[in-house]
Design a protein around this ligand. Structure first.
Ligand SMILES: *[C@@H]1O[C@H](CO)[C@@H](O)[C@H](O)[C@H]1NC(C)=O
Ligand SMILES: *[C@@H]1O[C@H](CO)[C@@H](O)[C@H](O)[C@H]1NC(C)=O
Ligand SMILES: *[C@@H]1O[C@H](CO)[C@@H](O)[C@H](O)[C@H]1NC(C)=O
Ligand SMILES: *[C@@H]1O[C@H](CO)[C@@H](O)[C@H](O)[C@H]1NC(C)=O
Ligand SMILES: *[C@@H]1O[C@H](CO)[C@@H](O)[C@H](O)[C@H]1NC(C)=O
Ligand SMILES: *[C@@H]1O[C@H](CO)[C@@H](O)[C@H](O)[C@H]1NC(C)=O
Ligand SMILES: *[C@@H]1O[C@H](CO)[C@@H](O)[C@H](O)[C@H]1NC(C)=O
Ligand SMILES: CC(=O)N[C@H]1CO[C@H](CO)[C@@H](O)[C@@H]1O
Length: 549
C-alpha cells in the first residue's frame, strides 16, 4: 500500500463525544440475563476478557511457577496485559487421583530437576504444598488482584491436549470415564464454593473424536451441570459443544432441558488450524466472510435474537482463539484481524490462548517455548507488545448489556480498525488513537451519511490518497461523496465516491496513522471481491461498531 501526501482541510472542531472506557469494577457472584453475563447484585454487565493459563499438563500446577513469582505473574496479567480474568485449566485426575501429591513429588515424577530449582527460587512456598493447594494458592493470588477465575476442566489424564485419539476426547474414551469426570467437577465446585473470585466452571474442553454424539452429550453434560449447580449454586456453569468446541448447532433443534437459575453459559473456540492458506492470503475478504458465517452458524447464533422473545438468547464465551505472536504466519495474521472485527462487533466475552511463554514439560520436551504465549520464553517481557494494543479495545465493555431482556438503544458508533486495534479519535484530522478516546458517530443506514454524533458534520470524500473532510450540512451531506456503503463479502470495507464518480474506500495510512480514501483493495469496479488478490485488504477494514452507555 502506498502512502501519498494529502491536503487537509482543517475544521477547528472540538469533538466533544468521546468513548468512555468502562472500568472492570464488579462484585460477585455473576449471573446471566439474556445474552449477557451480569453482576448478580447490581444487574450491571460484567465482560469476561480473560487469558488462558494452562495448569492441566503433567505436573498439574499452573505453568510458569518455575520462571516467576506468582504475585508478579498475576500483577502482569492485570496491569501490563489488561485482562480482567484468567481461564485456569486443570485435569480431572489432579482432583480424583493425585490430590495429595506434593508439588515436589510431582516434579520428581518427571525428573524435572532444573524446573524444580526454578520453582524453589521463584515460588518456594509451593514446593511442599499438595498440587491442589498450589493451584488454590494461585487462585487466591489471582483473586487478590481482583481478577476473575474461570476453572476449565481441560482433560482427564494430565498432558498436552488435544487430538482425536488421545483417549480424552469423549465420554467412554480410555481416559474419559463419565463418573470420575463428574466426581472431579463436584470436588472443584465444592473446593471453591466460598471463593467468589472463581466465577465460573467450564465442564470440558474440546469434546471430540470418533465417539462423539449428540445424544450422549445431552445426557452427561446436563447431569454434570446439575451436579455442579447443586454443589455450588453461585457459580456459572459453561457448556462446550462437539468437534473441538466449535459446534453447538444441535441446540437449534433441541434446547437443553435444564435451566440452572440463570447460571448457564456456552463456550466456543475459533482458530485457523487446518484452513487453506491460499484462501486466507489471496481471498481474504471472502474467506473471512465464510469463516465468520460458519462461527455464527455453529455457535454465535446463541447471542442473536431469533424473535421478539429476547430471552431466547444466552451468553457465549469465546474461550479460545490465538495466533503465533511473532506475526510470522501470514495466514494466522489474516485470521486474527478477521476474528477481531467480529469479536468487537458482537462484543462477546472471551479468553485468548494463552499466557505461558514456555511450558515446564510438554509432549516430551522440558522447558519448551510456545510462540502463542503472551510472555516470552523467560516470562520476563511480553512476547509482542502490539498484542496488548490489539486486544485493548475488545477488553473494554463496548455495549452495556440489557435491562430485563430489553436491548438498550444503540446510540452511536465508533470507527474500529482491527488491523491496528485503533479507532478514529477525536482530533480534527481523523487520526487513529486508542479506542478509549474514540469519537462517536451516527449512521442511519447503509448508503447514508456518517455524522459526528449529535452534530450535522458529516464525513465527505475529497479524492484518492487524501483524508476525507468533516463537512457542514450545507456542503450537502446527501451527495455521493458523503454517502457510505459497506462493501465486499467481508462487510469490512466502507466505500463512497469522489466527485468524478470513482469508488474509493476508507483506509488507515500506515505512516501517518490517519484515515484516507484510496482505491478499494481486492474489489472490482462493481465493488465485488476479485477472484484472487495479491494485496492485503485489511488496511481498509474499518468497522462501525455500535456502542452504548
Ligand atoms: C488424600 O489424603 C486424605 C487424607 O489422608 C485421604 O482421605 C484421601 O483419600 C487422599 N486422596 C487421594 C486422592 O488419595
Ligand atoms: C526419571 O529418571 C529415572 C532414573 O534415571 C528413570 O528410571 C525414569 O524413567 C525417569 N522418568 C521419566 C518420566 O523420565
Ligand atoms: C455415543 O457415545 C457413547 C459414549 O461413548 C457411545 O456409547 C455410543 O455408542 C455413541 N453413540 C453413537 C450413536 O455413536
Ligand atoms: C465461501 O462460501 C461460498 C458459499 O458456500 C463458496 O461458494 C465459496 O467457494 C467460499 N469461498 C472460499 C474462499 O472459501
Ligand atoms: C508483533 O506482531 C506484529 C503484528 O503481527 C508483527 O508485525 C511484529 O513483527 C511482531 N513483533 C515481534 C517482536 O514479534
Ligand atoms: C429507546 O428509544 C426509544 C425510541 O426513541 C425510546 O422510546 C426508549 O425509551 C429508548 N429506550 C431506552 C432504554 O433508552
Ligand atoms: C445534494 O446532492 C444530491 C445528490 O447529488 C442532490 O440530489 C441534491 O439536490 C443536493 N442538495 C443540495 C441542497 O444541494
Ligand atoms: C480453596 C481456596 O482457594 N480457598 C480460599 C477461599 O477464600 C478464602 C477467603 O478469601 C481463603 O481464605 C481460602 O484460602
Amino acid at each position: 500500500m502506498s502512502s501519498s501526501p494529502f491536503t487537509l482541510i482543517v475544521f477547528f472542531l472540538i469533538f466533544p463525544f468521546v468513548f468512555h472506557y468502562h472500568s472492570h469494577s464488579h462484585s460477585f457472584p455473576l449471573s446471566t440475563s439474556s445474552r449477557w453475563i451480569i453482576d448478580e447484585l447490581s444487574g450491571d454487565r460484567v465482560k469476561l476478557a480473560c487469558v488462558n493459563w494452562p495448569g492441566h499438563l503433567h505436573v498439574m500446577i499452573p505453568e510458569g511457577l518455575h520462571k516467576k513469582p506468582m504475585k508478579s505473574i498475576t500483577s502482569d496479567i492485570a496491569d501490563v496485559m489488561g485482562f480482567n480474568c484468567v481461564r485456569l485449566t486443570w485435569a480431572t485426575y489432579m482432583y480424583t487421583r493425585y490430590s495429595n501429591l506434593t508439588v515436589s513429588e510431582s516434579l520428581d515424577r518427571w525428573n524435572l530437576t532444573a524446573v524444580k530449582d526454578g520453582v524453589a527460587k521463584n515460588n518456594p512456598e509451593v514446593l511442599e504444598m499438595s498440587i491442589v493447594e498450589a493451584q488454590n494458592a494461585v487462585v487466591d493470588e489471582i483473586g487478590k488482584r481482583k481478577l476473575m477465575v474461570v476453572l476449565d476442566n481441560h482433560i482427564s489424564l494430565p498432558e498436552w491436549c488435544c487430538s482425536d485419539n488421545d483417549g480424552n476426547g469423549f465420554f467412554g474414551d480410555a481416559d474419559f470415564e463419565p463418573d470420575e469426570w463428574v466426581r472431579g467437577l463436584v470436588a472443584v465446585a465444592r473446593r471453591f464454593k466460598d471463593n467468589l473470585s472463581v466465577v465460573a466452571m467450564s465442564m470440558r474442553n474440546e469434546l471430540r473424536g470418533p465417539r462423539q454424539n449428540v445424544t450422549t452429550w445431552y445426557d452427561y453434560m446436563q447431569q454434570a451441570a446439575t451436579a455442579i449447580h447443586h454443589e455450588n449454586p453461585q457459580i456459572l456453569v459453561i457448556f462446550s459443544g462437539l468437534s473441538y468446541g466449535t459446534n453447538l448447532r444441535f441446540l437449534k433443534s433441541q434446547p437443553l432441558t435444564i435451566s440452572l437459575d440463570n447460571k448457564l453459559v456456552f463456550e466456543s473456540h475459533w482458530y485457523s488450524f487446518g484452513q487453506p492458506r491460499e484462501d486466507w492470503i489471496f481471498k481474504t475478504n471472502e474467506y473471512c466472510a465464510n469463516v465468520t458465517k460458519s462461527f455464527m452458524d455453529n455457535s454465535g447464533f446463541l447471542l442473536q435474537q431469533v424473535n421478539d422473545q429476547d430471552r431466547t438468547r444466552v451468553p457465549l464465551f469465546l474461550s479460545e482463539f490465538g495466533l503465533d505472536q511473532r506475526g510470522e504466519n501470514e495466514m494466522e495474521n489474516r485470521y486474527f484481524v478477521c476474528l477481531l472485527a467480529t469479536v468487537a462487533e458482537i462484543d462477546i466475552d472471551w479468553a485468548v490462548w494463552q499466557l505461558p511463554g514456555s511450558y515446564m514439560v510438554r509432549e516430551g520436551k522440558v522447558d519448551v517455548e510456545d510462540v502463542y504465549g503472551m510472555y516470552d520464553f523467560m516470562w520476563e517481557k511480553l512476547r509482542n507488545t502490539t498484542m496488548v494494543d490489539r486486544l485493548g479495545f475488545i477488553q473494554t465493555k463496548i455495549q452495556l448489556g440489557v435491562d430485563q431482556d430489553r436491548p438498550l438503544n444503540q446510540t452511536s458508533y465508533i470507527f474500529y480498525h482491527p488491523l491496528s486495534g485503533l479507532c478514529v479519535g477525536p482530533s480534527h484530522d481523523l487520526s487513529m488513537t486508542s479506542c478509549r478516546q474514540a469519537s462517536r458517530w451516527s449512521h442511519e443506514q447503509d448508503g447514508g451519511s456518517i455524522r459526528l454524533a449529535d452534530t450535522n458534520y458529516c464525513l465527505t470524500t475529497v479524492e484518492q490518497g487524501v483524508s476525507p473532510t468533516i463537512s457542514l450540512d450545507d456542503v450537502n451531506c446527501s451527495s455521493p461523496e458523503s454517502s457510505w456503503n459497506v462493501v465486499s463479502s467481508s462487510k469490512h470495507h466502507l466505500a463512497s465516491k469522489d466527485s468524478r464518480g470513482n469508488n474509493l474506500c476508507l483506509e488507515v495510512d500506515p505512516s501517518s496513522l490517519k484515515i484516507v480514501t484510496n482505491k478499494c483493495l481486492c474489489l472490482d469496479d462493481g465493488l465485488r471481491d476479485v477472484l484472487k488478490c495479491d494485496d492485503n485488504p485489511q488496511s481498509q477494514w474499518l468497522k462501525l461498531i455500535p456502542v452504548n452507555e
